[in-house]
Design a binder for this molecule. Structure first.
Ligand SMILES: [Mn+2]
Length: 217
């Protein structure tokens, strides 16, 4: 099983993540919210366990969608400095999730490496293309118009994806191609990214390193 746990503690945020790229059971050693581990956002559907508690509802919704459609199990807890604003929490959760992804994936071999996905959500449509390149790079064009969605600033939404790419060491291009409703535009982008990642991390059936250089690092 491709799993990882990450603990990240700064003056701005305290974060714990348990991730499995292949679904199944995941658990944090000790919850930041004792007795309230299942406070909200918990879903154990089929073989996936997903429980995201970042403190920002719309970010939980996006990371939940990312995990769900990537086929992951994910427990993420964060206590961040939300009395300041959403910036540190959104950014640090994404970096930490990226680091967990990188650790869980391990050396890039025996997987497809490239992945692409489209996901509609009603009138909105997004496209994502990823490369498990070990070259962190993100081009994200979501065309969001609102100031914020719930308690997440719209300017943070592309930054969440960029931060994930940084931590994960992957290249991604994510574009929202059309759509009127910003909630739909953002959600379709995370779902498209999930479809792309699911393909990129899928097993090829051999143990080859998918690079002409013979190395991805
Ligand atoms: Mn939604």
């Amino acid at each position: 099983m491709r799993t990882a746990t990450v603990v990240r503690d700064t003056n701005e945020t305290k974060i714990q993540i348990a991730l499995s790229l292949d679904g199944g059971a995941v658990k944090l050693e000790k919850s930041l919210f004792p007795g309230k581990e299942d406070h909200h956002a918990t879903q154990a559907t089929g073989s996936q366990v997903i429980n995201v508690q970042s403190g920002i509802g719309f970010l939980d919704h996006m990371l939940h969608a990312l995990a769900k459609h990537s086929g992951w199990s994910l427990v993420l807890e964060c206590i961040g400095d939300l009395h300041i604003d959403d910036h540190h929490t959104a950014e640090d959760c994404s970096i930490a999730l990226g680091l967990a992804f990188k650790e869980a994936l391990g050396p890039v071999r025996g997987v497809k490496r490239f992945g692409s996905g489209f996901a509609p959500l009603d009138e909105a449509l997004s496209r994502a293309v990823v490369d498990l390149s070990n070259r962190p790079y993100a081009v994200v064009e979501l065309g969001l118009k609102r100031e914020k969605i719930g308690d997440l600033s719209c300017e943070m939404i592309p930054h969440v994806l960029e931060s994930f790419a940084q931590g994960a060491g992957i290249t991604m291009h994510v574009d929202c191609l059309r759509g009127f409703n910003d909630h739909h535009r953002a959600e379709s982008a995370f779902k498209a990214l999930a479809v792309a990642i699911k393909e990129a991390i899928s097993h090829t059936g051999n143990n080859d390193i998918p690079s002409t250089k013979g190395v991805l690092r």
